[in-house]
Ligand binder design. Structure first.
Ligand SMILES: NC(=O)c1ccc[n+]([C@@H]2O[C@H](COP(=O)([O-])OP(=O)(O)OC[C@H]3O[C@@H](n4cnc5c(N)ncnc54)[C@H](O)[C@@H]3O)[C@@H](O)[C@H]2O)c1
Length: 366
């Protein structure tokens, strides 16, 4: 019986008992206390529910003859907030409190919007896995942020790699509360000219990977929920305004993002029975991020060189042209996206939604 089968159920039992997020870490130290035994992982939840579970403390679990020891603690003193964290919510907690002490994973967290979200979650008191193909970048950011951040090297388009990430999370914190599926790429190009390989890569990373991340991390959330039926968790896909309206000569990207919203709606319908809300955030352009502002390869300098903006002779003029397309006259920031994250996590009565954060550039009609 592997840790991925047991640890999420143990974590769920603590969530159910204490209504605060906990870290459940496998332990090698010998523990002198009664063993909670069950013939199978599926029967473990009720065995744990009937046991004394000390917090902080250790728990010894025996399933199908195999013993595992876990050490359980919280990140500081946490006040139970059942009203803000369960389906029965009636009142709103303060925004950042809704993620304090929670365990989150941010794919593509090493830079751009992902790094902004990582910083926001850390500032709000969460434990954050920075999961990125760029393992060095993720590790550097984790080292900068301290012991509430951990790096995971992952290729979200590769199933074995995503499964290994789920295993690593289960073996480190037992389970998790919030998945931010953010990793994404842009390969713009005319439908008449684009290589199939560029189209396929965009589809793999922006669309298929969201299926893989939801499959494997959603599995952890579901196992945890089996022992904590009142504990709601979130999967949030960072989509795009290009998931809501088409994008000229950028069909691979827009198609992958439109598809992502179909997955969000479908997964939301399915995972509700496991206490998981699934929503998308659709940001507008992040003009301060590397995709647009990198001085060598950013889109502003590329558009200046290619003459895409008629009459523009400087990067600033290209930027002004794009900012003028936004009713609120600026690009989307990490803080704008974080406010949407807080709202979605706090809002216990919404799932399957695609929330625009575009400064008014995209307005929903249905
Ligand atoms: N930048 C924008 O203007 C903008 C606008 C709307 C939506 N978005 C969306 O926001 C998300 C982040 O975009 P960004 O501009 O911050 O991107 P970015 O290129 O700055 O960062 C993307 C990160 O994802 C990582 N990554 C790429 N492929 C990966 C893979 N296969 N597995 C794991 N990690 C991988 C990269 O290493 C990088 O750290 C994307 O989904 C994007 O579509 C961006």
């Amino acid at each position: 019986m592997s840790v991925i089968d047991i640890a999420p159920v143990v974590r769920g039992a603590y969530l159910a008992k204490y209504s605060v997020p906990v870290i459940v870490a496998p332990s090698t130290k010998p523990v002198q206390q009664p063993v909670v035994s069950a013939p199978s992982a599926s029967e473990l939840a009720s065995a744990l529910a009937d046991s004394e579970l000390a917090l902080p403390g250790d728990v010894v679990v025996e399933v199908a003859g195999e013993t595992q020891v876990f050490s359980v603690h919280t990140l500081g003193e946490l006040t139970p907030l059942p009203g803000a964290r369960t389906a029965e919510a009636r009142t709103a907690a303060s925004r950042s409190a809704v993620v304090a002490g929670k365990v989150a994973v941010v794919t593509g967290g090493a830079q751009g919007f992902g790094a902004e979200i990582v910083h926001g979650l850390i500032d709000s008191g969460a434990f954050v896995y920075i999961a990125d193909l760029n393992g060095d970048g993720a590790a550097a950011l984790a080292a900068e942020l301290g012991d509430r951040a951990a790096a995971i090297t992952v290729n979200v388009a590769d199933e074995a790699s995503v499964a290994a990430m789920a295993e690593q999370i289960a073996a480190t914190t037992g389970g998790l509360d919030l998945v931010i599926s953010n990793a994404g790429i842009v390969r713009a190009g005319s439908v008449l000219e684009q290589d199939l390989s560029a189209f396929a890569l965009t589809t793999d990373i922006n669309y298929t990977a969201f299926f893989l991340v939801t499959k494997h991390l959603g599995g952890l959330l579901a196992a945890q929920h089996s022992a904590a039926p009142g504990w709601m968790t979130d999967i949030i896909q960072i989509n795009s305004k290009s998931g809501l309206v088409g994008s000229n000569k950028n069909g691979a990207y827009a198609g992958s993002k439109f598809g992502g919203i179909g997955l969000v709606q479908s997964f939301a319908l399915e995972l509700v029975e496991h206490g998981v809300k699934v929503n998308a955030i659709c940001p507008g352009n992040f003009y301060d991020g590397p995709l647009w502002s990198d001085p060598d390869r950013g889109l502003f300098v590329q558009y200046l060189r290619s003459g895409k903006v008629p009459g523009a002779t400087t990067v600033d003029e290209v930027r002004e042209f794009y900012e003028a397309k936004v009713p609120l006259r600026r690009g989307t920031t990490g803080a704008d996206v974080m406010r949407a994250v807080y709202y979605i996590v706090e809002q216990a009565y919404e799932t399957g939604q695609a929330m625009p954060v575009t400064g008014g550039q995209v307005m929903m009609s249905s």
